[in-house]
Design a protein. Structure first.
Length: 222
């Protein structure tokens, strides 16, 4: 399976029916509250490294988490801190994931022009003059994949990790079946066998497999 790295989990919840944002901003060290610019309190946690947005309606948004566990820890932490300020809150609020952003690497250079033609223009957006990546929309699961010529990709729109896994495997299979994935970058050549190491007549290593194709200098005989 292609390795996937979650970059950001955005989740929402509700701590109460109403929150006194002014009191929260004064009580939480480092909290930011400028209502003329943004209607909520912005509070950044150091561990896990996330940002919490608190609103007067009692709603909150957690962003920057790398996993659901970090989301749960962040929301539990802010709930405890707001409770200490004397505001009645829900200690175990329901959490809803809004978006998961993840990255992966197909370990192959990709011809994005060929991808755009092969996968169909009805689900593809590719304007290299404006953006270096190709945008591919997948219906099931309903996510968006950004493909780059280096083989790297970004997947957004998932609601659970399995959405990302299915989407990445699906796009990788489509490209593989269409012959658009080249040899994996950095794949090492097979290790020589014991018999081949001791044989002078073994097949020579191709120049392309060597990092320096220049032949070694000949050592003069004495």
């Amino acid at each position: 399976m292609t390795r996937i790295r979650i970059e950001n989990v955005v989740a929402s919840s509700s701590l109460a029916d109403v929150l006194d944002l002014q009191s929260i901003a004064l009580g939480l060290e480092g909290a930011e509250y400028v209502p003329d610019q943004f209607p909520g309190v912005i509070y950044r946690l150091k561990e896990p490294k996330t940002a919490i947005l608190l609103f007067h309606s009692g709603k909150l948004v957690c962003t920057g988490a790398k996993s659901m566990r970090q989301v749960e820890t962040s929301i539990a932490t802010i709930a405890q801190q707001v409770k200490k300020l004397g505001q009645p809150i829900k200690m175990h609020p329901k959490i809803e994931v809004q978006n998961i952003v993840a990255s992966s690497d197909l370990e192959s250079d990709i011809n994005l022009n060929a991808v755009a033609v092969t996968l169909g223009l009805d689900r593809i957006e590719y304007e290299p003059e404006q953006f270096p990546g190709l945008v591919c929309r997948i219906d099931e699961p309903k996510v968006v994949v950004l493909l780059f010529g280096t083989g790297k990709l970004v997947c957004t729109g998932g609601r659970k990790p399995s959405d990302i896994e299915v989407a990445v495997e699906k796009i990788a299979k489509e490209l593989q079946d269409a012959g658009l994935l080249r040899r994996e970058r950095g794949r090492a050549d097979p290790a020589p066998t014991r018999s081949s190491r001791g044989s002078r007549s073994s097949t020579a290593v191709p120049v392309s497999a060597s990092p320096d194709p220049t032949p070694p200098p000949k050592v003069p005989r004495r």
